[in-house]
Design a protein around this ligand. Structure first.
Ligand code: BES
Ligand code: MN
Ligand code: ZN
Length: 497
């Protein structure tokens, strides 16, 4: 039996999207216009003459461009919107959907007349993603302004399965955004564990508390969490849809990163409630994978801790013992993500015997310096896995860029008193902080196929941009789900890839 439709935790519901054969009564009717030779061309009919207007407005039909035609207002129809769809690619339709959703947030209902320009499967899915994710909002205002847009009707398409898939994906992404946007006053490691149980209520969710973590030797998670009054957790959830490959997704779940005793300056701390964006992404991906009933076995591990300075905090120079027994000299308590991830990755390798490990983490401030805010950095020991993830990135619209694991930098992580140090030796002046961080993680993979996504850039958006809304983006959910969908079809088994 499919799980009951959950109410999102804790935000505002996304609009409902339905299909129809004819244009229904609606407050706004949108008609796609495409870009042709520097001008815009209407691809449908409007209740008013619009072709002349497009010319007068010098419309170009670029993706997301909007030209508004107010109507007399005697009926329900308030306006007709001409929406640019560019070349009609999925990326264009995603932009168009998001632009429409933003423009219509105060309208009661929206109908999009696609009869003259029916998108293909990928285009339809992208349009729905854009419409739903562009509608996303998060608020803790005393009197939040309710978004009025409750129903969206797509006129023309008949493929309900595509609509449902895109809706599941958008819902999962919205859940990830909610987790990231929740302030850390609410969002302790224990809260995150509860939220995971709520989000994945139909799956097996196991939570290790600080006592169990201690008994089992998760010294990295404990070391990072020991400065906080709110103890750490390791959250594990599994969905088994069959198939021979066990994928383990590992997420960095720092519910707030002050840097610890290696304290961040105030400006560097402002956004650090988002330092669990990796955990949010892997938990929400599991939600999507279960909703889509993919034929894969996936475990999500979220390593949750709050990195605080206090009398009980770990000190620079302390040596901790990671899960599995390796020791680490902690020379900078702000390089905490790799410590919690190392425990979870070692657990995935040794105990879960993962066939593939993919970790997702807001790991280094150096990553957006290198790649900007849109791309995640991809580090992997497996070229076939790199290609699969790059394809999934193209298909999902969540871009990534492969980065090198520079072998010559590995000695920078050697410590005279422990198996590893947690930051590259500064005297070597290597720079490339994202690379040394990835090399540190690689030590715990047991040589298994592994990919590391450094999402410090794309996890959060500084403002509304296409389907992203200011704040948590849910980056990774669509990318990972696209990758797992491909694995699920069996067209490409991991080993033969
Ligand atoms: N959570 C941060 C990385 C980060 C910074 C994410 C900015 C998003 C925006 C991470 O824990 C961190 O503090 N990394 C340090 C590592 C350094 C101490 C080696 C960094 O990037 O400065
Ligand atoms: Mn840090
Ligand atoms: Zn961090």
């Amino acid at each position: 039996m499919p799980p009951a439709r959950r109410t999102r935790f804790p935000g505002v519901a996304l609009p409902q999207v339905g299909l129809a054969a004819d244009v229904p009564e609606a407050a706004v009717v949108a008609v796609p216009t495409r870009a042709v030779d520097g001008a815009a061309e209407l691809t449908g009919e409007t209740p008013v003459d619009a072709t002349g207007l497009l010319e007068r407005e010098k419309a170009k039909g670029g993706a997301g461009e909007l030209v508004s035609i107010p109507t007399p207002g005697d009926g329900l129809l308030e306006r007709v919107l001409l929406v640019g769809t560019g070349e009609g690619s999925p990326a264009d339709l995603r932009k168009a959907g998001a632009a429409l959703a933003r423009r219509c947030k105060d309208a009661a209902s929206l109908a999009v007349d696609l009869r003259q320009a029916l998108p293909d499967e990928a285009g339809l899915a992208a349009l729905v993603e854009g419409l739903l994710l562009g509608s996303y909002s998060f608020s803790r205002k005393a009197e939040p302004k309710a978004r009025a847009l409750a129903t969206i009707t797509l006129v023309g398409p008949k493929d309900k399965a595509v609509l449902h898939r895109a809706t599941d994906l958008a819902q999962a992404t919205a859940a990830a955004r909610d987790l990231v946007n929740t302030p850390s006053l609410e969002k302790s490691p224990e809260w995150l564990a509860g939220a995971a149980k709520d989000l994945l209520r139909d799956l097996d969710v196991t939570v290790l508390d600080e006592k169990q973590l201690k008994a089992k030797g998760f010294g990295g998670i404990l070391g990072v969490g020991q400065g906080s009054t709110r103890p750490p957790r390791l959250i594990a959830a599994t969905y088994d849809g069959g198939g021979s490959t066990h994928v383990v997704l590992v997420g960095k779940g720092i519910t707030f990163d002050t840097g610890g005793l290696s304290l961040k300056p105030n400006a560097g701390m402002l956004d650090m409630k988002m330092d669990m964006g990796g955990a949010a992404a892997v938990l929400a991906t599991l939600r999507a994978v279960a909703d889509l009933k993919l034929k894969v076995k996936v475990t999500a591990l979220a390593a949750a801790a709050e990195n605080m300075p206090s009398g009980t905090a770990q000190r620079p120079g302390d040596v901790l013992t990671q899960y599995g027994g390796r020791t680490v000299e902690v020379l900078n308590t702000d390089a905490e993500g790799r410590l919690v991830l190392a425990d979870a990755i070692a657990y995935a390798a040794k105990d879960l015997k993962a066939d593939v490990i993919v970790d997702v983490a807001t790991l280094t401030g150096a990553m957006p310096v290198a790649l900007g805010k849109r791309h995640a950095g991809l580090f992997t020991n497996d070229d076939a896995l790199a290609r699969q993830l790059e394809q999934a990135a193209d298909a999902s619209g969540e871009p990534l860029w492969r980065m090198p694991l520079v072998e010559d930098y590995r000695p920078a992580l050697d410590s005279p008193i422990a198996d590893l140090r947690n930051i590259g030796r500064p005297t070597l002046k290597l720079q490339g902080g994202s690379i040394t961080a990835a090399l540190f993680l690689r030590e715990f993979t047991g040589g298994r196929p592994w990919a590391h996504l450094d999402i410090a850039g794309p996890a959060m958006a500084g403002g509304d941009e296409d389907e992203k809304t200011k704040g948590g983006t849910g980056y990774g959910v669509r990318l990972l789900t696209a990758w797992l969908s491909e694995l699920s079809t069996g067209r490409r088994s991991r080993r033969s890839a």
